[in-house]
Design a binder for this molecule. Sequence first.
Ligand SMILES: [Zn+2]
Length: 405
Amino acid sequence: MDDGYHLHREACLYLASLRGGGSSVNTERNYASRLALYLTWCGERDLEWSQPGFVNLLSFRDWLVSVPLPPRGRKSSVGPRFRKESSANAVLTTMAEFLRFGVGHGWVPSEVAESLSRPKYLRFVPQGFETGENGQYRHVRARTIKFKVDDPGIECFTPQQVDLMIRLARHARDKFLIVLMRATGMRIGETLGLRREDLHLVSDSRSLGCRSKGPHVHVRRRPDNINNALAKSVKSRVVPVGEDVTLAYRDYQWERAEVPAADECDMVFVNLFRAPLGRPMSYPNAKQLFDRLAKWAEIVVRPHMLRHTAATEPARPRCSSSPPSCPPPSSLAPSASTSPSPSNGSEPPPETGPPYSSRPGLRCAKVTRNTRMEVVSGDKPRAWTDIHAAIVDLLAGHLPATDRR
Ligand SMILES: [Zn+2]
């Protein structure tokens, strides 16, 4: 946007192409802010964005890590903050993609795009890398404008850190958000896009029109979520969950029931404490929650780290909290809050859940730590255990033999 509040036409077209390609609103927002950095930097120096010159692009790279960032919050921080080199690389990647996009549309000379990378032959390749029959895939293009940064590895929480965050979260809704993301490895967009009908926290969901076994969550991509939450994968999947999720959801339902406005919303995560009440929780709200937790816990907290943490675990046990007398999950089901079946009443296509331990959809991390979170679900009423056991006993007499295992 220029001083006259006119949108940058080419940048808007590039962002529209991302949208058309199925990128989420969050991705588009991130790319837009990175492009704005580049275009503003060019504008302030009277440089043509489409032909900035290689030396100027190197200056832009250095400027990214040398200009102080605006202070966080109202209080001024101890000292100036600077952009990390890895963050600068993300900006440079977006800039390069934008310039390459411009070549295809005739806005940017092809020489500009060619200057952004150079041929490189990979002498050493990562494990599993397919080099091709004649080694042709060893020839790649390496970026010319970037910082060399060490791979920080996979960022995960320790069990103690997750425990601390759950304790520090002030509301049952926030605790459930953490427990759910931590247990399922769902992305934040997938989590905020959940509808109540996606939670099948019962042992047998056939009455809900679903043949997946055990308590589980359906992850579906819906482009019409009013909070713009979008599942990254276009493929629906079923993620099994354990008792920790069921109990945290139960607590959240008690809290939610006290806000009548929330009853009208079919999204799982809604505003309960700030206006507009009952509206779906937005990504900025969720981000603020994690920022607050980071400050209180004095650790780095990014929502995606919960996905990595989930991926670092060994196979999930059938019953996560594992008290000595823990009943099997199938018998937990009737006590859990259940969700209504899809409003049209038609049976959805069967989505066969993979085995409990396979963590469907988790592909962004490798197992590096054999840890298991000890879920701290606050001060659970002691009586709950007794009520729960009574329900289990009651239902045991009514369930078919196959479900009593
Ligand atoms: Zn289901």
